[in-house]
Design a protein around this ligand. Structure first.
Ligand SMILES: [Zn+2]
Length: 269
């Protein structure tokens, strides 16, 4: 991919994701000049949006839900001592792949107890994924949490026995059982647990609604509340939860919505 090394250096140093205004993508929009130290407050879908300073302007980085309709979308910008204004951006279509699988009924039909358990865990997970922590950010680029082949499965529309399931909200990275997983950026651990679908899971809060999630771990190596710096080990690749083999499910979230991790990772060699 990188034939000219200067280009690679520049890409790797990109602090912001690309402007990829599609369902499951990111809209990166300058919303105000940075002539005040007070960052504007930006809201999308009633959720607060990450804002950071880029040279002399404030830039909003909006996570666009996979369910977003194509066409114009609006965000609200509030600047101190000014009336709020609206910014509009165009969400463009993107063709995510489909996967049709025939699976054993026991895999699809959950017992009542399993449904209850998954529902309880959903609340814990959603709480961690939608947490807002005020912190200044300057760089959103992430290291690879684990070395391995990156699938392009984010957004994959899955059908089990021809029943549509929710689309795949992360990137699966193929790696052997026990391969160390690292924190790809600074943050705080906001949830750990063994969940029905996701298996052993770690959720890291990087601030301002930027959250990452690591699932199906063999071992969890961190505790809730622990502060992490880039590169610290957080666990090991496993096959816990509802999976068919060892891999890391890596999820990245902005304003509570899953976005394609490929947009935040430094490019692969
Ligand atoms: Zn996955």
């Amino acid at each position: 991919m990188c034939s000219v090394s200067l280009f690679c250096l520049t890409s790797a140093a990109n602090a912001l994701p690309e402007h990829a205004p599609r369902p499951g993508g990111t809209a990166v929009i300058a919303v105000a000049t940075a002539n005040s130290d007070a960052a504007p407050i930006v809201m999308f879908d009633d959720k607060r949006v990450l804002v950071l300073r880029r040279e002399d302007e404030w830039v909003a980085v909006i996570g666009i839900p996979l369910t977003q309709s194509i066409g114009p979308a609006k965000a609200i910008v509030r600047i101190v001592d000014q009336e709020s204004s609206t910014i509009t951006f165009e969400v463009k279509p993107y063709a995510y792949r489909e996967q049709h699988l025939t699976v054993a009924r026991a895999y699809v039909d959950l017992t009542e107890e399993q449904l209850h358990r998954a529902g309880r865990e959903r609340k814990i997970i959603d709480g961690a994924l939608t947490n807002w922590r005020d912190v200044d950010l300057s760089d959103l680029s992430l290291l690879e949490p684990v070395a391995g082949r990156r699938s392009s499965s984010f957004g994959l529309r899955r059908f089990f026995n021809e029943q549509p399931r929710s689309p795949h909200k992360g990137m699966d990275v193929a790696a052997n059982l026990g391969t160390p997983v690292i924190a790809p950026g600074d943050g705080t651990v906001t949830a750990t647990g063994n969940y029905f679908f996701n298996g052993n899971t770690v959720i890291i809060d990087h601030g301002q609604g930027f959250v990452t999630m690591y699932c199906h771990l063999d071992e969890i190596g961190v505790e809730e509340g622990q502060r992490l710096t880039t590169g610290m080990p957080i666990g090991k690749v496993g096959a816990t939860g509802r999976v068919t083999g060892p891999h890391l499910h890596f999820g990245t979230y902005l304003n509570g919505t899953a976005v394609d991790p490929a947009l935040l990772l430094a490019p692969a060699d």
